[in-house]
Design a protein around this ligand. Structure first.
Ligand code: ARG
Length: 458
């Protein structure tokens, strides 16, 4: 394609380092769509003849069905998807194929193709994240009353509901989707017509190609259009954050399913056995979701480092934008699917959760709050009194609600037996009615709100 001023072919190792077809063939659909839009526009502007544009479009359609039917031979010698398609087009329609590349460079072509690909990928991921949210919200509704220990520092802190805990991840996923939507909005400008770097002397209608490809508008600076990959960075940043969120839940599943903890069970569908230890039920899927985060963050780091020292405009370094991004986004899509599957699959051991919620003096804050409300103690003093009561209970080896009233009165004489009304875990969660709090009635309302919202989105 570019051999005019060359007298010999490339060295084998040159070809190997240069070729991107092994991974950029994933852009075939976008490449063909962009070429069709470009040819159409060239014809409308009188830059190429209408019948040439028609045979170009027909040829491109044939290539599309050849690729989709697995009948297309990709060639490394042709470097990338753009030249593979154009070369086949020449075989199919002859010299008219040579007119397609008028007023176009592979630089604006690849920037266009990859933005289109990114947009499609974001749309698929968004739908998958919505499915994950739905799985969480459904499980949350089912477990709006299921009491579990809430932790800070992984130490028993206060009782919460399992539904509330799951809804926390619905909120995170909502922000993840927001970040992808923001990235999508910003990347949705058409580089096509920017040429190699400077624009072109042909009278193009860039609005027309932008519109045909579903872009909001053409990019306003040709140098910027062919040489920035911030849309890759931004999408991968969103992906990295989303994967960190998934990884935290994955880690919780690993903890919860450990026999030492045993708060949650996964069915055979989401566990694996050990080849040596017959008793094992390993949460491999959760561990792999946790691990995928590494390569997703790696891809973000990769593109940031590739770009940081590049002068304007295009440099071949940018070809390295694709493999990492494609790998990372497919890893994320698999991780989302696996998490949605595990969330639906998991069963909490509600009895064990309730029991664990009552251990570790989880209702100590409720006792302190009672002292504030009933005895009008300042909270700091109530905190201190409660601390002494907890120490006494611990000394006697009993939970707070089993400590005799007299023992409490020895520390604060004004305590009455009304105090026992706040010491159960159920009373505790029921009382957390502040907006965003863990009370079952809040959780039910929030879970329903999410399910309705997710349903309306579709
Ligand atoms: N395969 C190339 C890439 O991904 C396409 C652009 C090539 N442009 C060039 N000037 N060599 O970046």
């Amino acid at each position: 394609m570019w051999g005019g001023r060359f007298s010999s072919g490339p060295d084998a190792i040159m070809e190997e380092i240069n070729a991107s077809i092994d991974f950029d063939k994933a852009l075939y659909r976008q490449d063909i769509a962009a070429s069709k839009a470009h040819a159409d526009m060239l014809a409308k502007q009188g830059i190429i003849a209408a019948d040439d544009a028609t045979s170009i479009a027909r040829g491109l359609d044939t290539i599309l069905s050849e690729i989709e039917g697995g009948k297309f031979t990709f060639q490394r010698a042709l470097e990338d998807i753009h030249m593979n398609v154009e070369s086949r087009l020449t075989e199919l329609i002859g010299p008219a194929a040579g007119r397609l590349h008028t007023a176009r460079s592979r630089n604006d072509q690849v920037a266009t193709d990859f933005r289109l690909w990114m947009r499609d990928t974001i749309d698929t991921l968004d739908a998958a994240l919505a499915g994950y949210q739905k799985a969480l919200a459904e499980k949350a509704l089912e477990h709006a009353d299921t009491v579990m220990p809430g932790f800070t520092h992984l130490q028993t802190a206060q009782p919460v509901t399992f539904g509330h805990h799951l809804l926390a991840y619905v909120e995170m996923a909502a922000r993840d989707r927001g970040r992808f939507a923001d990235a999508r909005k910003r990347l949705n400008e058409s580089p096509l017509g920017s040429g190699a770097l400077a624009g072109t002397s042909f009278d193009l209608d860039r609005e027309m190609t932008a519109k045909a490809l579903g872009f909001t508008r053409p990019t306003a600076n040709s140098l910027d259009a062919v040489s920035d990959r911030d849309f890759v960075m931004e999408t991968l940043a969103a992906a990295a954050i989303a994967s960190v969120h998934l990884s935290r839940l994955a880690e919780e599943i690993v903890i919860w399913t450990s026999p030492l903890v045993g708060l949650v069970k996964l069915s055979d569908k989401f566990t694996t056995g050990s080849s040596m230890m017959p008793q094992k039920r390993n949460p491999d899927a959760a561990e792999l979701v946790r691990a995928k985060t590494g390569r997703i963050i790696g891809a973000l780091t990769g593109i940031l480092v590739v770009m940081k020292g590049l002068p304007l405009a295009y440099a071949k370094d940018m070809q390295e934008d694709k493999e990492g991004a494609m790998d990372a986004l497919s890893a994320l899509s698999l991780a989302v699917a696996a998490m949605a599957g595990m969330v639906t699959d998991l069963t909490p051991d509600t009895a064990k959760m309730r029991k664990a919620a009552g251990e570790g003096y989880a209702t100590a804050t409720d006792l302190a709050d009672w002292l504030v409300r009933a005895l009008k103690l300042p909270f700091r003093e109530a905190h201190h009194v409660t601390g002494r009561i907890v120490a006494k209970a611990s000394e006697q080896g009993v939970p707070l609600h089993r400590l005799p009233l007299a023992a409490m009165q020895a520390i604060e004489p004004r305590i009455t037996d009304d105090v026992f009304s706040v010491l159960s875990v159920d009373r505790s969660v029921k009382s957390r009615v502040s907006y965003g709090g863990t009370a079952p009635k809040n959780v039910r309302a929030q879970a329903k709100r999410w399910l309705k919202r997710l349903d309306q989105e579709r």
